[in-house]
Unconditional design. Structure first.
Lengths: 258, 343
C-alpha cells in the first residue's frame, strides 16, 4: 500500500483549471520530486494535499485513510507536514523558539493545564526545548539557535524552515524549494541534509526548480505542466522524456506571454 | 541590580503604593479615589483587548462586551435579587459566550476588515440594548442597581456589604480585579499559550501548518478578552448603580484599544499604563473634554510615528537592539500595527 496516494485531483477556479486530474503515489522512505515550469500548478497541488484549499474533485488518501479536504491542522496532525520557503518563519522569535512553537502537535498538556502551568505543561516545555535543540544541532544550526530568526542568513533560514517541519515529527515531510537561490556548494550541503532526513525515517516530497539537484536526489519525479501531470518516472526516464523536454523548452514562450 | 530582581522590587513597591500608600494619602479625597477606581477598571477592560492584539486582531468591540456584562449584572441584581458576587463572574461568562458565538464567524476576517466589523459590533450591541423593550428599558437604562452586598461563605463574612459611605471597598475590589487580570495575562504571555498566540499573529498559515488549530485558538483568545470585558462592565454597574445604552459607545471601544497602543503591545502592563495616563490626564483637563476625540487621534498618530512600541518601550532603550521601530513585515502581515514585538 502506498503511503500517500493522490487520485484524480482537480481544482477549478471558475473557468480556470489549476489542477486537472492529477494522480500519483508516494512510497514509504522514498524521495519524490514534483517539478514543472512556473505556474504549472505545483503550489495548488500541495495546497490541496495540505488542506489549505478544498479540491473540486478527486481523492487524497494517507496511510489508507481518506484525508481529502480535511482542515490544515488536522492533516498536519495525521503526519503530512510542509516546510516553507525562508520567508515564512516567525521572524521575531529566536531560532530555538521557532522550533519549540512548531512542536505544537506533540503537546500533551491541555490549554487550561498550560495556563496553570501544570506538571505536564512543564514537562512538555522541557521536552520541546531539548528536542528543538537536538533538531537544530542535527541541521547544523546549533551555533545560532538563540539568534533572532529574522537576522539569520538565507541558508540558515531554509534549514530553520525544515527544522520546524521536523519538529512535528511527520511521516511525510514536504520541502518547498529547498535549493532555490543556493550556490553549488550550498546545494551539495542541502542535498546531504535531505538525505539525512530520509535516514531518520521520514518520507520526503520536494517541490523544486533546481534540475541538477532534483536529478541527483530524487528516487522518482512527477512532472506537471499547465495543471496536468505529463510524466512520471526515475530521473533518467524524465531526462529523456520528449514531452518533458518540450514543456521545458516551450516554457520560454510562456514567460513571454505572461 | 539584575533585571529580574529589579522587576520584583518594582512590583512590590507598586503593590505597596497601590494598596497602602495611595489609600492612606487619599483618605479624605473620595473624588480622586473614584478617578483611580475608574482608571483601574478601564485598564482591566483594556487588558482584554491586549489579548486580541496578541493574536493579531485590532479589536474595537470591547465596549460591546463590557455593556453585555453590565446589563447582565444590572438585570439579574435588580429583578431577580442575585448577589453581586454571583453576577460578577456570571457577567464575564455571558460576555465570553456572546464573544465566542460572534467570534466564530468574524474572527475569520483579518486586518482592517476585522477592525471594521468589530467597530460596528459595538454600535450593534448598543442599538440592541436601546431597542430591547421592557427587558432593557431602552434609553432610560437600568437604574438603582443595588450596591454589592456582603459575601458570606458558610456563615463567615468574607467581604462586608458596600454601603457607599466610602469609595475604598470599590477601590480594593478594582485593585483585586486588576491584579487577577494581570496575573492571568502574565501566565498567558509566558506560557506556551502565549507563544501559540504570537505564532498566529506572525503567520496564521504557518501556524496551521505546524498543527495549530488556528480557529480554536482565535476563539479562545477572543473569549478571554470578552470575559474580562464583561467583568469590567459588571464592576462599573456595581460602582455607578446604573447602566444605559449610552454607557459604552464606539468612543469607549476605541479608547480601550488606544490604551493598549499607548502603553505598548509588548508589555502586559501596557494597557494599565495607557489607561491610567489617558483617563487621569483627561480628568485633569475637564475643559478640554469636548476635544477628546481630536486629541486621542493626534496622540495615536504621534505614537505610531515616533513610539510605535508604546511608552513602555522607552524602558528597553539601549538594553535591547530589537524592535526599535515598526518592522516591515511585507504583505503577509494582516495587522501591521500589532506586528511589532521586541524581547
Amino acid at each position: 500500500m502506498p503511503l500517500l496516494s493522490v487520485a484524480n485531483l482537480t481544482k477549478r477556479y471558475g473557468g480556470l483549471v489549476a489542477n486537472n486530474d492529477i494522480s500519483f503515489e508516494l512510497e514509504k522512505g522514498e524521495i519524490l520530486s514534483v517539478i514543472g515550469p512556473n505556474g504549472a500548478g505545483k503550489s495548488t497541488l500541495f495546497k490541496l494535499i495540505a488542506g489549505f484549499v478544498k479540491p473540486t474533485a478527486g481523492r487524497v488518501e494517507f496511510q489508507g485513510e481518506d484525508v481529502t479536504g480535511l482542515p490544515a491542522h488536522v492533516i498536519a496532525e495525521r503526519g503530512i507536514v510542509r516546510t516553507f520557503q525562508e520567508t515564512t518563519i516567525f521572524k521575531e522569535m529566536s531560532a530555538l523558539q521557532n522550533v519549540v512553537v512548531a512542536h505544537h502537535l506533540r503537546c500533551h498538556a491541555t490549554t487550561l493545564g498550560i495556563f496553570f502551568n501544570s506538571r505536564r505543561a512543564r514537562e512538555d516545555e522541557l521536552r520541546f526545548r531539548e528536542s528543538a535543540a537536538d533538531i537544530l544541532q542535527f541541521l547544523g544550526l546549533g551555533a545560532v539557535m538563540h539568534e533572532q530568526a529574522g537576522s539569520l542568513p538565507h541558508g540558515h533560514l531554509r534549514a530553520l524552515g525544515i527544522a520546524m517541519g521536523m519538529a512535528a515529527s511527520p511521516t511525510v515531510l514536504r520541502l518547498d524549494e529547498p535549493f532555490a537561490g543556493m550556490n553549488p556548494e550550498e546545494t551539495d550541503a542541502a542535498v546531504e541534509m535531505v538525505r539525512k532526513i530520509v535516514q531518520r525515517g521520514m518520507t520526503v516530497v520536494l517541490v523544486e526548480h533546481d534540475m541538477k539537484a532534483v536529478m541527483r536526489i530524487s528516487d522518482r519525479i512527477v512532472v506537471i505542466s499547465f495543471g496536468a501531470k505529463i510524466a512520471e518516472g526515475t530521473p533518467a526516464e524524465i531526462q529523456s522524456n520528449p514531452t518533458v523536454i518540450e514543456a521545458y523548452l516551450g516554457s520560454e514562450d510562456d514567460e513571454l506571454g505572461i | 541590580m539584575n533585571r529580574p530582581a529589579f522587576k520584583l522590587t518594582l512590583l512590590i513597591v507598586l503593590l505597596v503604593v497601590a494598596l497602602v500608600v495611595v489609600p492612606f494619602a487619599l483618605r479624605s479625597s473620595p473624588y480622586l479615589v473614584s478617578v483611580l477606581i475608574n482608571a483601574t477598571v478601564l485598564s482591566v477592560i483594556a487588558s482584554g483587548v491586549w489579548i486580541t492584539f496578541a493574536i493579531g486582531r485590532i479589536n474595537i468591540s470591547q465596549g460591546a462586551f463590557a455593556m453585555i456584562g453590565g446589563y447582565v449584572t444590572a438585570i439579574l441584581s435588580t429583578r431577580y435579587g442575585v448577589s453581586f458576587w454571583v453576577c460578577l463572574p456570571l457577567s464575564g461568562l455571558v460576555a465570553a459566550v456572546a464573544g465566542v458565538l460572534v467570534g466564530l464567524p468574524i474572527l475569520r476576517l483579518k486586518g482592517v476588515y476585522f477592525s471594521m466589523i468589530s467597530l460596528s459590533l459595538t454600535e450593534a450591541v448598543r442599538l440592541a440594548f436601546l431597542n430591547g423593550g421592557e427587558f432593557t428599558r431602552g434609553a432610560s437604562g437600568i437604574v438603582n442597581v443595588p450596591r454589592p452586598g456582603a459575601l458570606q461563605l458558610s456563615g463567615m463574612t468574607l467581604i462586608p456589604a458596600f454601603d457607599g459611605s466610602s469609595p475604598f471597598p470599590y477601590y480594593y475590589l478594582a485593585m483585586g480585579l486588576l491584579i487577577l487580570t494581570l496575573l492571568a495575562l502574565w501566565r498567558i504571555a509566558n506560557s506556551r499559550l502565549g507563544w501559540t498566540f504570537r505564532s498566529m499573529r506572525l503567520n496564521e498559515e504557518l501556524a496551521a501548518s505546524v498543527g495549530v488549530n488556528v480557529a480554536k485558538y482565535r476563539v479562545i483568545a477572543f473569549g478571554i478578552c470578552c470575559f474580562i470585558g464583561g467583568i469590567g462592565g459588571a464592576f462599573f454597574v456595581g460602582f455607578h448603580q446604573n447602566i444605559y445604552p449610552a454607557s459604552y459607545t464606539i468612543n469607549d471601544s476605541m479608547s480601550f484599544m488606544l490604551y493598549c497602543f499607548l502603553g505598548g503591545l509588548d508589555y502586559i502592563a501596557g494597557p494599565v499604563i495607557g489607561a491610567f495616563l489617558l483617563s487621569i490626564s483627561f480628568e485633569g483637563l475637564q475643559p478640554l473634554q469636548q476635544y477628546q476625540p481630536l486629541i486621542y487621534a493626534l496622540l495615536m498618530i504621534g505614537f505610531m510615528l515616533w513610539l510605535p512600541n508604546g511608552i513602555l518601550s522607552l524602558s528597553s532603550w539601549g538594553s535591547s537592539a530589537g524592535g526599535s521601530g515598526p518592522t516591515p513585515e511585507g504583505d503577509k502581515t494582516d495587522a501591521p500595527l500589532a506586528s511589532v514585538e521586541s524581547r
